[in-house]
Design a protein around this ligand. Structure first.
Ligand code: 4FV
Length: 230
């Protein structure tokens, strides 16, 4: 998969995209991620990328021209699924991330300040939000999207990991996880995980996931109840 990021702050991505799993995925050729500086596509001598909103209101709005020209230069003649990160978008879920991982190419547009000129939607295929809160920019949401989409690309997670058996993948919050030592400062790992057999461990984990989901995110149970076994 090739991911290209249109941003005013390419430097924000350097650490995140070069470290850990994402760094290894790129080194292994499973993923290619590039950033593009929108400011390089401005057509005014002051390299201005934003301006005051028509109709008044606080803050600044990103102008359409630099974004249009940056998108045209980056996309070229090749198809890509173009996503604007914005609080006004469809909420990013594990299910949507898995669907996005099927694309060969994603182009992510990071808004900044108060957002982008509405006319930018003429060159966007989808608006995605990472949650109902407002950040200072779309860069962190883009990193979140890249991280959770990449986990569904075959080979990105090691063989010992899986994006399938975890919180939200099955429609529930994940069961508790423990590792060595079996007893730590008087807190013991549940006996069933030490001596139970596979079927009992699976049953216990499902019960724990249901209990956690009921306590913390009961709204998920409605979805889980509709199309999965109880
Ligand atoms: C956001 C979110 C988000 C709003 C104004 C960038 C900022 C600025 N993006 N999910 N929540 N974006 O807060 O995706 O343009």
């Amino acid at each position: 998969m090739k991911i290209e990021i249109l941003t005013l702050f390419p430097e924000m991505f350097e650490g995140v995209l070069s470290a850990s799993i994402l760094g290894r995925a790129q080194a292994g050729g499973l993923l290619s991620i590039e950033t593009h500086d929108i400011r390089a596509y401005t057509d005014n001598k002051h390299r201005k990328t934003d301006d005051y909103p028509f109709g008044g209101g606080a803050g600044l709005v990103m102008m359409a021209q630099p974004i249009f020209d940056c998108m045209a230069a980056v996309q070229g003649n090749e198809p890509a699924h173009r996503i604007l990160l914005t609080p006004r978008g469809r909420l990013l879920t594990s299910e949507r991330a898995k669907e996005l991982s099927a694309y060969d190419r994603l182009i992510l547009l990071c808004g900044h300040y108060e957002g982008v000129d509405e006319r930018v939607n003429a060159i966007i295929d989808e608006e995605i939000s990472i949650g109902d809160y407002v950040l200072t920019g779309g860069e962190l949401p883009a990193m979140v999207l890249i991280d959770c989409v990449s986990r569904f690309i075959p080979g990105v997670l090691g063989s010992e990991e899986s994006a399938q058996d975890e919180s939200h993948a099955a429609g529930l919050l994940e069961y508790p996880q423990y590792t060595r030592p079996a007893s730590f400062r008087g807190m013991d790992v549940p006996e069933i995980l030490l001596n139970g057999h596979h079927a009992n461990i699976q049953k216990w984990r499902h019960e724990q996931a249901m209990e956690k989901t009921r306590a913390v995110r009961p709204c998920l149970l409605g979805t889980f109840g509709k199309n999965k076994e109880k």
